[in-house]
Design a protein around this ligand. Structure first.
Ligand code: AMP
Length: 216
């Protein structure tokens, strides 16, 4: 099962990808996570991406396409994957089609997670994550069971992303509407697009995505 999660920053793509990958044994491919790792490791890609990510812009297509191409050819993707944060431009979507075609694979569905802008801003400014395993949390909507301790791995290193601030969020939303929202039409035309209500509680959104997968 190969799925793309499409939606603006804060829609819950990462949270939903976590839930569904655990349930179904799929691999979560988050280009945001891959780029943050490259920044942390100080690689050439990381150096190029760092300032762009801080400003809320999009990293150039050729960089992210290269990262995804490498990752998709790894053996753990054979049983299926969830792409979270890729593609984000029409160029990236076309490149993904080519990559999958070359591997004899295809997308089963694209789940568009729809959320109102005001809610997105609130979600992003309250969210934080585990520095060790990447599990995500929120100040009010999704607190860890034990305060300050990651539910998934028990780490106490819970951190906020550098780009989760009001100023950068505006740029990230603009980048979404300008560059990424055309993908809604792109996948609709291919009859791959399925919309889910991202305003619903986390478990309800997961059920809606499960229903999309079951019908694909
Ligand atoms: P995310 O974790 O998905 O919110 O991504 C964080 C940041 O990484 C974005 O604001 C972009 O700067 C960059 N990024 C992640 N994925 C992509 C992509 N597919 N294309 C371009 N830039 C990306």
């Amino acid at each position: 099962m190969n799925l793309v999660l499409l939606g603006p920053p804060g829609a819950g793509k990462g949270t939903q990808a976590e839930v569904i990958t655990q349930k179904r044994g799929l691999v979560q491919l988050s280009t945001g996570d891959m780029l943050r790792e490259a920044v942390k490791a100080g690689t050439v890609i990381g150096e190029e991406a760092s300032a762009i990510m801080k400003s809320g812009g999009l990293v150039p297509d050729e960089i992210v396409i290269k990262i995804v191409a490498e990752r998709l050819s790894a053996s753990d993707c054979a049983n299926g994957f969830i792409l979270d944060g890729f593609p984000r431009t029409l160029n990236q979507a076309a490149a993904l089609d080519n990559l999958l075609q070359a591997q004899g694979k295809q997308l089963d569905a694209v789940a568009e997670i729809k959320v109102d802008d005001a809610v997105l801003i609130d979600r992003i400014s309250g969210r934080y994550m585990c520095a060790d395993c990447g599990a995500s949390f929120h100040d009010t909507n999704h607190k860890p069971k034990v305060p300050g301790v990651c539910d998934r791995c028990g780490s106490t290193e819970l951190i906020r992303r550098k780009d989760d601030n009001a100023e950068t969020v505006r740029n990230r939303l603009m980048a979404y509407y300008r560059e990424t929202s055309p993908l809604i039409g792109y996948y609709f035309a291919k009859d791959k697009l399925r919309s889910v209500d991202g305003m619903a509680p986390i478990s309800e959104v997961s059920s809606q995505i499960e229903a999309v997968l079951a019908n694909s």
